[in-house]
Ligand binder design. Sequence first.
Ligand SMILES: O=C(CO)[C@H](O)[C@H](O)COP(=O)(O)O
Length: 261
Amino acid sequence: MPADLSPIDKAKFLAAKRATDFVENGMKLGLGTGSTAAWMVRCLAERIREEGLRVVGVPTSSRTAQLAAQLGIPLTTLDEAKWLDMTIDGADEFDGNLNLIKGGGAALLQEKIVATASDQMIVIADAAKDVSQLGAFPLPIEVIPFGWQTTKALVEETLVSLDVLNRDVTLRMNGAAPLVTDESNYILDLHLKRIGNPRQLALVLNQIPGVVENGLFIDICDIVVIGHGDGRVTVRDINSGETEDERVEFVPTSNIFADLD
Ligand SMILES: O=C(CO)[C@H](O)[C@H](O)COP(=O)(O)O
């Protein structure tokens, strides 16, 4: 077990642990991707082990599938499950309307399909992801490798037509080669600094041939659970309009860290 968690990992862990309290017996769950979602997978596995919680998970990436299987979480496919009760996932940014930028971990396509096919999406994040306006984090879009440079040029033209000032577009790399997603696509990162109208941008980007999906999640997230390094957790619910501050006991058991040893 790691001797100590950094404040940021502690915040991610607390958000993940609090979010798993929303999980009930018999649920079909979307399992997100990223470092915060990995804490959620560990916390969920612990509830399965300790309490006999019965759930089935639909992973949103090969990485999450591997971790969840290793920790003994029963898994299925979205086609088998058809519809899910809840998805718990991380985010790169969320705003006051709980609109999100996702895809920092290159899993935005499966993540958006799974979250959209869920009654509820809960985002888990550290407080640094809380922004007044989306866009400081580069917006990822997933594109088909065929003709990707043409697609990139069309994306750039679209940004010009929308009067976007900062419009640097870069191909995400994995060392010397383009990063390839689980769906065998590429990722373009849009360095926009701020996104004035996320809803419009999300719609327009998806009209461009070659763009498979963009990382803007508009009106998809219901609840965000924000972990703070000091042990506090804030739960913000967009439907009730309520925000509650709570304290979550920080008692990571050695089992939680089993896959990190
Ligand atoms: O969208 C994602 C993966 O595609 C992640 O949820 C997002 O990048 C946040 O990751 P982390 O929890 O590691 O900060």
